[in-house]
Design a protein around this ligand. Sequence first.
Ligand SMILES: [Zn+2]
Length: 450
Amino acid sequence: MKRRTFVAGTAGALTAATGAGGLIARADAADPMPGASVQGRGALRINAARINGHLTELAKFGANPQGGVSRVAYSDADRDGRAYVMQLMRSAKLDVSMDTAGNIWGRRSGSVPGLKPIIFGSHIDSVPEGGNYDGDVGSLGAIEVVQTFAEQGVTTRHPLEVVVWQNEEGGLYGSHAATGVMTAQELAARSVSGKTIREGITFLGGDPTRLESSRRAKGDAACYFELHIEQGGTLDLEKIPIGIVEGIVSIARWDVTVEGFANHAGTTAMTGRRDALLSASRLVEAVNRIVTSMPGRQVATVGKIQAFPGATNVIPGRVEMTVEVRDLSSDVIQRVGQMIQDEAKKIGERSGTTFSFRTSSTPHAPALSDPAMRGYISAAARQLGLATKLLPSGAGHDAQNLALICPMGMIFIPSIGGISHSPKEYSTPGDIENGVNVLMHAVLAADAGA
Ligand SMILES: [Zn+2]
């Protein structure tokens, strides 16, 4: 696409599209080469071969024999991958820096003074034995968008900031530091790399003693977009190329202790046993029954269970287990949690055992995406002729932290077979191309509309 094609009629098209003639006139005067008009910009496309090539290159950092990557935060592979990403940012004409929390930022100025930045990006750290798409698609996709803008001479009204958050997989640490207050306890937590968060930030080149200088206050950004693989199987199953994230679910977790009575497995008759594991098993079944008995997309899981004393010839006297419930609605989570506890009480009464529930994590509120942001993504997909589906994210993302300070929107592309956090994680080059094009046009729509 040639720049000349776009420039013709720029001011008129922008004025007509935004209805903000005065503002635009000033923008145009300040920028002699504003690039594609709003109408002309519709034809802009990212370079699919380039973004897919960059993904292949990034996959070399921490490549594991299974075909994925083990690029856990604060490892040498993480540091080297980040250096590669910073080099790509520079090639995309971004002004690159690292904040004190270790997040990487690439900035590009806008044409209208005083507007807040549009932020978009993701992460490049992985779980141990992870795949090549989780986080990478959104990070390199964001860089591809600005590279396309640079090549095609597109200037946005808002400043743009591409971000690569540090240590997403360990617990959204980078975005947490940028939007909230990191406690001493969090900084002392040990990451998979073996380093504490504090040591990890230093290792990356940040400064854990000056984290407050990286913090963004509410209203410091115009909005935040994140492109990501779905990590579930819905889009692949329904053959829908683009997911519009409704929100990121809230998670409630309980540590449950079941008390019974340990006794000889051979000499104790079947009647009158107080078998904690038998009661726990009934609760496992009940959790599944309760969560599926009501309409909605809530999920609940017993993921960990241990019997004590844990011997072949002893009736289990105590069981420790976990219960986790996730949904976009805190009310639903609370209702399901209450039903599970009511059912546990009944199971206990029938079997001479007792259940005690202890909340093991403070559930963060569900992070809903912003309706206007969903609208930009939806308009971008429509313009590209791509079908969309509104869906919740069952996994946590940095976007949930950004939702605390600005309107947030998330774009999903299909994960083949719904597999992620595995070397078998895969999204097709075509799906990646679609996702990055949608990200680009959603950014442009937000730039024109916000
Ligand atoms: Zn991710």
